[in-house]
Design a binder for this molecule. Structure first.
Ligand SMILES: [Fe+2]
Length: 162
């Protein structure tokens, strides 16, 4: 695999940003399907961030621990918001306002990781390890997807997985 963990995560962040914009602008029929795709991607992305990125930032960089902890707290809030929204249909009157809030916190969270964590990983962690981390994140996410039908991810979210 040619990607390292920073490339891998940055590409997923871009995909999450695009999907958020698509949910924002989708008509009634497409909104639920796009939101389900977004929910599935955000869920497995945050899961692998927690397993692969945050521990490395805490253990192998200088000065990154506080930001890693702050990012973990942000991720927890995002997953709670996401799970609340998964219980609301996309045509519910509250959906757009709640989604706008989720969209905002997601953008802030990803910008925080890109600003505070990614440069430290590139600075302190050897390139070979960064590449191994990309493989680990990929594997963790694959296991998460395979297990999603049994681990509480909503059937709607599972159906929307790409
Ligand atoms: Fe991330």
């Amino acid at each position: 695999m040619i990607q390292d963990i920073v490339d891998f995560s940055s590409m997923q962040h871009d995909r999450i940003r695009r999907l958020c914009d698509e949910v924002d602008t989708a008509g009634r029929s497409g909104k639920q399907r796009l939101f389900n795709q977004l929910a599935e991607l955000v869920s497995r992305h945050e899961f692998s961030d927690r397993k692969v990125i945050y521990p490395s930032v805490v253990d192998h960089t200088t000065g990154g621990a506080a930001d890693a902890v702050a990012c973990m707290v942000e991720a927890g809030n995002i997953l709670r918001e996401l799970s609340g929204l998964q219980r609301v249909a996309a045509d519910d009157v509250t959906f757009d306002a709640r989604f706008a809030n989720l969209h905002r916190v997601l953008l802030n969270h990803m910008a925080h990781e890109e600003r505070a964590e990614f440069p430290l990983l590139r600075l302190y962690v050897p390139a070979q390890r960064l590449h191994a981390m990309a493989n680990e994140a990929h594997d963790v996410q694959t296991m998460r997807r395979r297990g999603s039908g049994r681990s509480g991810t909503s059937p709607a979210a599972s159906r929307g997985a790409r």
